[in-house]
Design a protein around this ligand. Structure first.
Ligand code: F6R
Length: 624
């Protein structure tokens, strides 16, 4: 996830060394340079994950100096700018354009007068770019339109200052953003927030701005959280905040977290933070991609003319959680795109006889883009002559270089080893791909597509409702967490969610957990069912709830406690615990999955497991 830091104040003594060396305080408690302070802020943001970094420093004589590169913060040499008074810095996690030097932030206008760092997505950047005809763009990013828009405002109205220009530009941006802008001749940092967090640090000798408090926590604990729509000016005179152009007061709060807790947003574990991030990460996944009126999606992917119409099969290859996302998606491809869809564990995949390479699309689903088993499957598909496609979270990853096309899930970095938010974003991205393929093939009517898009739009809000219900899950985890084993069941779209629920529990709690198609219980596993083996069932829309409930009853008859994720409005009186799932149609089982993630988390937490780094597991499995 991208990170922002900005500093203006008197903490620095004047630079004699490069920013890297001067990012340590001297004996007098002073840092040697503005660059050093900003560089240190970037170091503090490293935990968020990033692929490029950069800074912009401003001084009365030196003007505006921008330094940026792909790669690590340690490799970024921040220049000596002895007269610098303020600066901004950024760590980038690529969403638009690969991780190159040119795509790193800050971005500047045509004449290098204005520099901007940005978190979030400018959804209408293509339209804005067209309106900025004549401007010279040097990157593939959505962000770059912002400094050019500011330049337009400053050129059109020479009396306008940076604050006024940002206020005017802010009204033109669609999407989510947190922006910090600086200008060559102005002694201020101007910041704006909509949908992406920004917090001000209010020190005695300095003011900071950052995407999260970790960036400046060593300097001050007094903070002001900006609200959506706020624009603020940070200068030597202090802070001014505006909402709808009018000055406003915002509360100053004191942060009591230590840096380690702050990195996790106040949660005990990255996994819990990432579970709670799902509403916002899903908004990022969907941003600018749904054409709700037209009943279509814009995933920015293209296929050769006629390829989708002639398609005989979509074969999904993936491992672990990504494989379960693939199993969910295969059902959507068949239902929405009218095409045969199969899923294969990547390490087992062979192209197979009886298939036609040029009528097969092999889709590799991989969060990291580096999983050796999945890359091996892609290579076998390429060797067979099939068209290959990747759905991944990681720009510039190996898989993106080996396939014919890619859709990014835009979930932001996931640090906990157990995949959570990326599963939701994988399924959402694949659902959009299914709509796109269905529309292209004429298999999906616009009205039906609109209904799927409405379900997707409702997903972040529905997941938020589940998160608000966490206490109920914690209680259930306390009551049933010490059982001998756990069985997870569902039908149809509930099967991959049951499998994923079991995987999540076993990997972080070390308890024995198995997922089944509910109908399979009676064909064997029922022999294991006792009062010590709770059954967790997906009883939502899309999971053939009534039939699944019959199988749950079979287990209850053998004494097993039953916990169910139940569609809003449905009631199963015999359940020991019912978790309410808001009504979002085809993605309801995905919402139920959040209950299962929370259940796994709280069972493991009660047992004191090392949740973010379970034994024997790695985040990225680069061996076959
Ligand atoms: C489970 C988990 C793993 C990964 C699997 C594939 O929580 O994270 O099962 O899903 O190793 O990884 P990617 O998606 O990076 O290919």
């Amino acid at each position: 996830m991208c990170g922002i830091i900005g500093y203006i104040g008197e903490l620095h003594a004047g630079g004699q060394t490069d920013g890297k060396e001067s990012s340590e305080a001297t004996d007098g408690g002073k840092f040697q340079s503005v660059g050093g302070i900003v560089h240190r802020g970037l170091k503090n943001l490293e935990y968020r994950g990033y692929d490029s970094a950069g800074v912009a420093l401003v001084g009365p004589t030196s003007g505006l100096t921008v330094t940026k590169r792909s790669g690590e913060v340690d490799g970024l040499t921040v220049p000596d700018i002895p007269d610098a008074t303020h600066g901004v810095g950024h760590t980038r996690w690529s969403t638009h354009g690969p991780p190159t030097d040119a795509n790193a932030h800050p971005h500047t206008d045509c004449v290098g007068d204005v520099a901007v760092v940005h978190n979030g997505i400018v959804e209408n950047h293509e339209t804005l770019k067209r309106e900025l005809a004549g401007h010279e763009f040097t990157s593939d990013t959505d962000t770059e339109v912002i400094p050019h828009l500011i330049e337009e405002e400053l050129t059109a109205d020479p009396s306008a200052d940076l604050l006024t220009a940002v206020q005017r530009v802010e009204g033109k941006l669609e999407g989510s953003y947190a922006i910090c802008a600086v200008r060559e001749d102005e002694g201020e940092i101007v910041v704006a927030r909509r949908g992406s967090p920004l917090v001000l640090g209010r020190g005695e000798d300095a003011t900071f701005v950052a995407s999260d408090v970790t960036a400046f926590l060593e300097h001050t604990r007094d903070v002001t959280y900006l609200e959506d729509g706020d624009v603020a000016s940070l200068s030597a005179d202090g802070v001014e905040i505006f909402a709808s152009g009018e000055p406003v007061e915002r509360e100053i709060e004191t942060v009591t977290w230590e840096a380690d807790a702050a990195e996790k947003g106040g949660y005990d574990h990255y996994m819990r933070k990432e579970i709670h991030e799902q509403p916002s990460s899903l908004r990022q996944t969907l941003a600018g991609r749904l054409d709700a009126d037209g009943g279509d999606v814009n995933l920015d992917v293209s296929f050769p003319p006629g390829f989708l119409a002639d398609l005989e099969e979509i074969r999904i290859v993936a491992c672990g959680t990504s494989y379960y996302a693939g199993r969910y998606a295969a059902q959507l491809f068949e239902e929405l795109a009218g095409v045969r869809a199969t899923v294969e564990i990547a390490s087992e995949y062979e192209f197979g006889a009886g298939r036609t390479p040029d009528r097969t699309l092999v889709v590799a689903v991989t969060q990291s883009g580096e999983t050796a088993d999945t890359l091996g499957a892609v290579r076998r598909a390429n060797a067979a002559g099939a068209r290959t496609f990747a759905v991944t979270n990681t720009l510039g990853s190996t898989v993106t270089r080996e396939v014919d096309g890619t859709a990014f899930i835009r979930a932001g970095p996931e640090i906990g080893v157990a995949a959570t938010k990326t599963f939701a974003s994988q399924v959402a991205t694949l659902a959009m791909l299914a709509v796109a393929v269905g529309r292209d093939r004429g298999a999906l009517a616009a009205a039906d597509a609109r209904s799927v898009l409405e379900d997707l739009q409702g997903l972040p809000g529905a997941i938020q409702q589940v998160l608000d219900d966490e206490e109920q899950v914690r209680e259930a985890a306390r009551e049933y967490g010490d059982s001998e084993a756990f069985f997870f069941v569902g039908r149809a779209l509930g099967v991959p969610v049951a499998l994923e629920g079991a995987l999540k529990l076993k990997e972080i709690s070390y308890d024995h957990a198995e997922g089944f198609a509910a109908g399979e219980l009676k064909h064997g596993p029922l022999a294991l069912v006792t009062p010590e083996t709770p059954v967790l069932a997906v009883l939502t829309d899309g999971a053939r709830a009534a039939e699944t409930m019959n199988n749950v009853t079979e287990a209850q008859t053998r004494g097993a406690p039953a916990l169910g994720c139940v569609s809003a409005g449905d009631e199963y009186d015999t359940l020991d615990v019912a978790f309410d799932v808001p009504d979002v149609g085809i993605v309801e089982p995905l919402v139920a999955n959040v209950y299962l993630q929370l259940f796994a988390y709280h069972v493991a937490n009660e047992k004191g497991r090392p949740i973010d780094k379970p034994r024997n597991l790695a985040k990225s499995v680069t061996v076959e």
